[in-house]
Design a protein. Structure first.
Length: 276
């Protein structure tokens, strides 16, 4: 069983939901990423989503676009992302790590080479924003051959027919993008999210994570009532950017946010158990 499957299985048995923070590797400085990853686990993260910087992150809003620019300016490339994961695995062999990025750097490296090096480093899943399942047969095969889960995005506009196509290609979990637009946009309607998650569950048996628009503990708790995982990105990256020159302050700020989310999510789960 993969790390992702093991983690989601353990959480389901404990009636808990996954907290998945996103950070950009190498932002705002390369030396922050590794200690921050460990700190996030200590603060309650169940899975880590690690961004691979790319020069044209079209699905991301200004906050994460700027994070990618800072990481690229720091010279961070895919090889260094793998090095960070490998270093993390020296101390933590259990927490699943998902890479999130874009297809171009992967194509430059080659599907087989990328998948092999990712697996050797200790990567468990990959979200490739601009690789649709219809065009990903060779890529998905390379990931699966290296026991890496291809994680796909669903949107508010995703049709039920397309959900079926994604269900056939995905593993690990699926990621519901709860807002139309880019990361960091607008405020989400939790009722609409719950309705869409219910539709997704009719077609997909994998865990469903929800991201985009989750910026505080109350929203994380509300979303966790209908989803298997809560993904938080821009709210974290904003805090990091605000303290870009102070590593300890970055770690303190991100840990505080995640601990509050973890506490609120667990309290919501406990409330639901008592009602049942």
């Amino acid at each position: 069983m993969s790390r992702l499957a093991t983690r989601f299985d353990a959480l389901a048995k404990a009636s808990r939901k996954a907290l998945i923070p996103y950070i950009m590797s190498g932002d705002p400085q390369p030396g922050v990423t590794l200690p921050l990853m460990h700190a996030m686990v200590d603060a309650g993260a169940d899975v880590i989503e690690l961004g691979a910087p790319f020069s044209d992150p079209m699905a991301d809003g200004p906050v994460i676009q700027q994070a990618a620019e800072r990481a690229l300016a720091n010279g961070v490339d895919m090889a260094q992302v793998f090095d960070t994961v490998r270093a993390f695995r020296q101390q933590d062999t259990d927490t699943p790590i998902i890479l999130m990025g874009y297809l171009n750097p992967i194509e430059v490296m080659g599907y087989t080479e990328f998948a092999s090096r990712a697996a050797e480093a200790g990567v468990d899943g990959v979200i490739t924003v601009d690789m649709p399942p219809e065009e990903g047969e060779d890529y998905i095969a390379a990931l699966r051959a290296n026991a890496i889960d291809p994680v796909f995005l669903l949107a508010p506009t995703t049709t039920e027919a397309r959900i079926d196509k994604i269900a056939a290609a995905a593993s690990g979990f699926v990621y519901y993008v709860s807002l139309k637009g880019v990361t960091g946009a607008a405020t989400l309607d939790v009722g609409e999210v719950a309705d869409k998650v219910a539709t997704i569950r009719r077609h997909i048996s994998l865990p469903v994570g929800v991201g985009f628009g989750i910026s505080d503990a109350d929203t994380a708790a509300a979303v966790s009532a209908c989803a298997d995982a809560v993904v938080v990105g821009s709210a974290i990256v904003k805090r990091m950017a605000a303290h870009s020159g102070d590593r300890d302050r970055i770690i303190e700020q991100v840990s505080s946010l995640l601990a509050a989310m973890r506490s609120a999510m667990d309290a919501a789960a406990e409330h639901d158990r008592k009602k049942a």
